[in-house]
Design a protein around this ligand. Structure first.
Ligand code: AMP
Length: 422
């Protein structure tokens, strides 16, 4: 009979529990990304997921701020929001210490973000993002660097140019095209947001909605490029794509339909997509946001950056067979008897000092059962350390998946063997 008021073991809708193997996989991915970013001189920062709600109200993404934030009043009547993205926090932190920081900043952060979305493939209510930003440099080399890093991150997992496509456009270009079509201010912002949703709209719905905003289509202005401002911005964007090609990013293309949802972008914008249609959502997204830091007062500080989420990224890696195995598991299960546990702990310590990850048995079970336990846990090696071994008998190291045993003498021999055969 089911007890009344029994608590559910399900996680909250749209969020995940990470059991150790899941977490090992995620942290394995992040550690690899950290390795790449550190090679480029990027430093890791962090902040609380709790922010004052006003941070997102002035310049964000209308859809996210109005419909997708987790916002609540705290006990002191302050409106608090769980961060839906990291860029506003970064801008706030940069503005706060603008006099002390050594610009340009090459910063990255890895953490959870919260959006009240309908959970579906590639979309959850809590997900992780890696944010990478280069702050304090104008458009040019800095933009090329961040797009290059995005590509390097993917390639560090084994991805090839043909696995993904880098779509590039420019808010400056779109702004000029909107102006040429007679759209400025709020009307231009409304058009930009509409364009961001175009891919998800049926063609006639798009045509109607776009017509309602403007008789002339800004996309046609970009296509024709006979307005001098539009032409200059288009040439600049095409030449940026050319720079990416010269840097070896052959899969970069100009795509005037790309705009990105956030209002704060001011220049180059880009998104990276899987070429395999099973993952239709953007894997990476970013761009230049030169005005955001100035919202906190003081002079503007130019910046460019991007983010990618763990859900779509893991889907990409899995689709292409690039998902790394989690590597934090113990590699040796040390079998013990009631009488040998203390000596076994000492023996385990010597192995640990030699860099071996050891799991020591503390239960009263036969060695046979302990070896089965090791197998169930996915631990590769088993070594029975009973009274005979304490007294100096030869050690038998079992490689469980290989069905092989090796005779060894002491802890150092065992450590050397395991490390050599990793
Ligand atoms: P955005 O911050 O919306 O530009 O998104 C940047 C990246 O974060 C996307 O390309 C996705 O990989 C990821 N992302 C955004 N929203 C979600 C979500 N609700 N669930 C999972 N991943 C997301």
């Amino acid at each position: 009979m089911q007890e009344r008021n029994q608590l559910s073991t399900e996680a909250y809708k749209g969020v995940r529990d990470f059991y150790p193997t899941d977490w090992a996989q995620l942290t394995g991915i992040f550690n690899k990304v950290r390795g790449v970013l550190e090679l480029w001189g990027y430093e890791e920062y962090n902040a609380s997921p709790l922010e004052r709600s006003e941070l997102y109200e002035s310049k964000g993404n209308e859809e996210i701020v109005k419909e997708q934030t987790y916002t609540f009043m705290d006990r002191g009547e302050r409106s608090v929001t769980l961060r839906p993205e990291m860029t506003p926090t970064l801008a706030r932190m940069v503005a706060h210490k603008r006099r002390e920081l050594a610009f340009p900043l090459r910063w990255f952060s890895i953490g959870n973000r919260f959006r009240y979305e309908r959970p579906q493939k590639g979309r959850l209510r809590e997900f992780y993002q890696v944010d990478i930003d280069l702050v304090g440099l104008p458009a040019g080399e800095a933009d090329a660097e961040v797009v290059t890093i995005a590509s390097k991150v993917l390639k560090s997992f084994g991805a090839k140019d043909s696995d993904f496509i880098i779509r590039v456009s420019s808010r400056k270009l779109l702004g000029a095209a909107c102006a040429a079509a007679g759209l400025t201010g709020e009307a231009a912002r409304a058009y930009t947001r509409l364009l961001d949703k175009k891919a998800k709209m049926p063609g006639d719905e798009w045509t109607l909605a776009a017509r309602a905003l403007s008789a002339q289509d800004p996309l046609e202005e970009i296509e024709r490029a006979d307005n001098p401002t539009v032409r200059a911005a288009k040439e600049e964007t095409l030449s940026f794509v050319e720079t990416l090609h010269e840097r070896g990013l052959g899969n970069a293309v100009f795509d005037p339909l790309l705009t990105r949802g956030f209002d704060y972008y001011t220049g180059m914008v880009f998104e990276i997509f899987d070429t395999n249609p099973t993952n239709p959502r953007a894997l990476f997204g970013g761009g230049r946001y030169d005005e955001l830091v100035a919202l906190f007062g003081g002079e503007a500080i130019p910046a460019v950056g991007f983010a990618f989420g763990d859900v779509t990224f893991a889907d990409f890696l899995e689709t292409h067979g690039y998902l790394p195995k989690g590597g934090s598991n113990a590699e040796l299960f040390l079998g013990t008897t009631l009488g040998s546990v203390r000596d076994a702990e000492r023996f385990a310590d010597t192995l640990r000092m030699n860099g071996v990850r050891v799991f020591v048995n503390l239960r009263d079970k036969s060695f046979g059962d302990q070896a089965k336990d090791a197998e169930k846990r996915g631990i590769r090696y088993f070594l029975a350390y009973g009274e005979d071994e304490v007294k100096g008998a030869t050690l038998t190291l079992k490689d469980i998946p290989a069905y092989e045993s090796t005779s060894l003498r002491g802890a150092e021999d065992v450590a050397d063997w395991i490390k050599k055969n990793r």
